[in-house]
Write a protein that binds this ligand. Sequence first.
Ligand code: HEC
Ligand code: HEC
Ligand code: HEC
Ligand code: HEC
Ligand code: HEC
Ligand code: HEC
Length: 260
Amino acid sequence: MRRKHLIVLACFIVTLCAGVLLISQPAQAMKFFRPPSMLPPEQYGNLLIDLTSTKNKVLPVIFSHWTHRRQYTCEVCHTELEINMMLNSTEMTHVNQKKGLYCGACHDGMTAFSHQADCEKCHNQDPSSFQEKYITYVNRNPFPPTEYGNQIDWVESLQRRLIAPLRFLKEPLSAMTLDRTIEREVGTSVITSAVFPHQAHLEWMGCEMCHPDVFMVKKNGTENLNMAEILKGGFCGKCHLSVAFHLNNCNRCHPGIGSH
Ligand code: HEC
Ligand code: HEC
Ligand code: HEC
Ligand code: HEC
Ligand code: HEC
Ligand code: HEC
């Protein structure tokens, strides 16, 4: 082979390799960002609360987000009832519950079973106890499905009024609207921009659940907002790893790419 031909061949191979690399990049991104393994749908969002229980010789308390969020928006508990959005950080003792705080706001024997009886309904560490309840609930209500998390598309269920969660218990909070979708360019061709729709969130919560603690009130104002931090449970990962649709659903935030 002549030298000229060799050069042409070499150039061809380099171009081919670059092409293959470019095509396989999204797949690599997926591998690199493999989120934690998934729980069964009825266990996603369930918490085992143990700030005071074990210390006082009772079993930890089971709390299930999906059974409650079908009836109440996030802000009922996290704003009106002032329950922190962090496991084992709120003093939900019975002394406080008797004052009508936390679980006691509803578990008073009228709205829901009393916190002063049926101890084992809450002090129960068995997360699989929700399996039957979930199967019955999902069979009775044909929800639009999703692949991960609770496998229920909560956004569409709300839009189609298949659920009607209450916005408040006592203090009328009026739902806010903000038709502002933030598009965050990711600075790499590997993946499409990340999209943050304000309105889909405001159906469930008020501004204070994110501003100013989690995000700056300014586009691109939040520092270190990247996938590594999100996967550690920061920013979007605060909710989208534990309660809202799971990070595995790449395409719900990065429209146009496949799911993981
Ligand atoms: C009926 C009450 C209730 C509702 C409704 C509710 N939560 Fe919670 N949430 C709790 C409780 C209780 C905790 C645990 C707090 C503690 O242990 O201090 C919690 C904890 C959390 C945590 C922290 C989880 C962790 O592992 O640290 C997140 C995130 C969260 N909630 C998000 C949400 C979102 C998003 C919604 C709405 C879709 C929502 N919650 C609706 C009661 C509720
Ligand atoms: C905003 C009202 C509200 C708050 C706050 C609330 N619950 Fe509930 N909870 C309900 C309702 C309504 C039901 C279903 C009615 C029933 O079973 O009596 C329920 C049901 C339950 C159940 C039965 C299984 C299930 O999930 O359906 C458990 C366990 C439970 N709640 C635990 C808790 C604990 C623990 C807390 C506090 C950390 C809490 N709840 C806070 C309203 C509430
Ligand atoms: C509606 C749910 C619910 C029911 C029902 C319930 N508890 Fe609790 N209990 C809680 C929560 C939430 C805590 C705080 C858990 C934590 O932080 O570890 C708690 C904490 C406790 C504690 C630790 C001390 C304290 O007050 O924080 C004891 C003891 C206790 N419960 C006993 C009981 C007994 C006895 C019964 C039945 C008569 C009962 N509980 C029924 C939700 C419940
Ligand atoms: C679920 C979280 C969340 C909630 C709830 C939320 N925001 Fe935001 N908001 C964001 C994020 C994320 C950004 C973009 C921050 C960035 O790019 O650094 C943002 C940015 C903004 C901006 C800047 C827009 C721009 O173009 O610079 C305004 C204004 C804003 N939010 C107002 C509100 C108001 C008003 C509410 C309540 C009605 C609200 N937000 C509720 C997450 C939220
Ligand atoms: C405070 C909790 C919270 C935070 C923080 C949060 N989200 Fe959400 N997000 C939710 C809830 C709740 C929903 C309703 C759907 C669900 O629960 O699965 C939702 C819905 C969405 C939707 C709508 C999907 C659809 O089908 O229409 C998108 C997109 C989204 N979030 C992206 C983001 C991004 C991007 C961030 C970070 C910049 C973020 N979210 C931060 C709680 C949160
Ligand atoms: C809940 C929303 C959400 C989901 C789901 C999500 N991302 Fe992201 N992603 C973001 C946000 C927000 C950024 C930061 C954008 C920026 O740089 O401003 C980001 C950034 C990225 C980046 C750019 C590099 C970096 O580290 O920031 C890549 C690559 C990426 N995501 C890949 C993925 C993959 C692969 C999946 C699925 C396994 C996924 N993302 C799921 C919200 C999400």
